[in-house]
Write a protein that binds this ligand. Structure first.
Ligand code: C6P
Length: 434
């Protein structure tokens, strides 16, 4: 009996919706931050009687109105399951969902949209690679290289794998500025190395790692490289073909999209050789009690009903990023980071943790004799949102022998005035604890 396949819309080119905003791309090089701020409704509110100063975009970036509108449109006019129905609504939902995938492909310059797997976020994405690639291709005595500045989501899954398989985790050390010691990386590579898994931009230090160079070095040893792009994708232009990385993982909620969206990019030949992550509906070609034959890419990795509204929102966020002058945005963020760094360095008692030559958008700091949580609480009373803690990067805290840091993280919608307010508030914190 011939297997009956579910209806799917595969003609992706015809599925791609028109860009969601008519805003012309501004390539004048100037960055009109006040104009951009109006795109983000959440920023115009007051918190504790003060205008909100949102300096926690590394945790979750804010969402522009066009993304909110796109989500409402889906829920109000198109809501239905994808890849399952022959009816009108299901076709529309599938069209929008696959349109988002095509947008992701263009955004990261993947060769094919089927190399872009939708996941709920970076954590799920790394776990997908751990289960699909690691459990199949990494065995006893093999080694996985990570670095001392990884987020827990790029440590714990590999530790779980090592425990299960008898493999070994090797760690690239970092120097006092919070930069990778690349000579040590070369020394760690050997015939037992089966994977390098490395953070693109550190969420705890702000360091931008030279991932292209790391990939080239690892490939000389035939070792594939996974890049954790949770913080890279929002602050850099990503070209996975140019990087030549084997996997690139991102979270939508750090890229101005809703939570529950994210992407695993993987080279087609690797994804095809991998095992599925979770089993269930939508990821099969046929099922009998004797045997299941899995679907092709990307469905093989997308069992069950996906986060349709969130992924469509990610597509809309990518459209938004296409409607602004991204190069100017990145330059602006860099200038803002330099400005805020200079001002914070002027305050006696403040120490910035993470002073790499190549940095983006994150300032982690401590204040003498004040716990970072107290800094966070006092700043919140002034309407300033920062993060305090270990930032899911406890080994970074151990490396710098501190329990935690306060962290201000910036996006292209933040202003110099907000950096000034941060500085003034920290000075008040120091006064309180004198
Ligand atoms: N960092 C932060 O405040 P999820 O939570 O799955 O979307 O992303 C996990 C993750 C992985 N890698 C890096 C580099 C990250 O920064 C994060 C999330 C947030 O720094 C929450 S801990």
């Amino acid at each position: 009996m011939a297997a009956v396949t579910e209806p799917t819309l595969v003609d992706v080119e015809n599925l791609v919706e028109a860009a969601l905003t008519d805003a012309p791309v501004n390539t004048s090089g100037a960055w009109d931050v006040e104009r951009v701020r109006r795109d983000f409704p959440v920023l115009s509110q007051t918190v504790n009687g003060k205008p909100l100063v949102y300096l926690d975009s590394a945790a979750s970036a804010q969402v522009p109105q066009v993304v909110i509108d796109r989500g409402s449109k889906y829920l109000g006019e198109e809501h239905s399951n994808v890849h399952r129905g022959v009816h009108y609504l299901s076709q529309r939902a599938t069209s929008a969902y696959e349109g988002a995938r095509e947008r992701v492909r263009r955004f990261i310059n993947a060769r094919e949209s089927l190399e872009c797997i939708f996941v709920r976020g970076c954590t799920e994405g790394i776990n997908l690679v751990m289960h699909g690639y690691g459990r199949k291709f990494i065995g006893e005595g093999d080694e996985i290289i990570i670095s001392a500045m990884e987020h827990h989501s790029n440590i714990v899954p590999w530790q779980m794998l090592c425990e299960e398989k008898g493999a070994r985790l090797r760690v690239i050390p970092i120097n006092d500025r919070g930069e990778l010691q690349l000579d040590e990386f070369e020394a760690l590579l050997n015939e037992r190395t089966k994977l390098v898994s490395i953070i693109h931009i550190s969420n705890a230090l702000g360091t931008i790692n030279p991932v292209k160079e790391i990939v080239a070095t690892a490939h000389k040893h035939d070792v594939p490289v996974l890049v954790d792009g949770a913080q890279g994708a929002p602050h850099l232009t990503i070209d996975v073909q140019d990087l030549d990385c084997d996997f690139y993982i991102l979270s939508g909620h750090k890229l101005f999209a809703p939570t529950g969206s994210g992407v695993v990019y993987g080279k087609r030949e690797l994804l095809e050789r991998m095992n599925p992550f979770i089993g269930g509906g939508s990821m099969i070609r046929s099922v009998t009690f004797e045997k299941t034959i899995y679907a092709g890419l990307p469905d093989k990795f997308e069992a069950g009903t996906p986060a349709i509204a969130s992924q469509i929102g990610l597509g809309a966020a990518i459209d938004y990023l296409g409607s602004i002058d991204r190069a100017a945005a990145i330059r602006y963020e860099q200038e803002l980071l330099e400005y805020a760094t200079t001002r914070l360095n002027e305050i006696e008692g403040v120490t910035i943790i993470g002073t790499a030559h190549e940095k983006a958008s994150v300032i982690s700091f401590t204040v003498d004799d004040v716990h970072p949580h107290d800094i966070g609480t006092i700043l919140d009373a002034e309407g300033i949102a920062i993060r305090a803690g270990h930032h899911c990067a406890q080994p970074v805290m151990q490396r710098f022998q501190i329990p935690a840091t306060a962290r201000a993280s910036f996006a292209f919608y933040n202003t110099r005035e907000e950096a000034d307010k941060l500085v003034a508030a920290i000075k008040r914190v120091i006064e309180v604890f004198k």
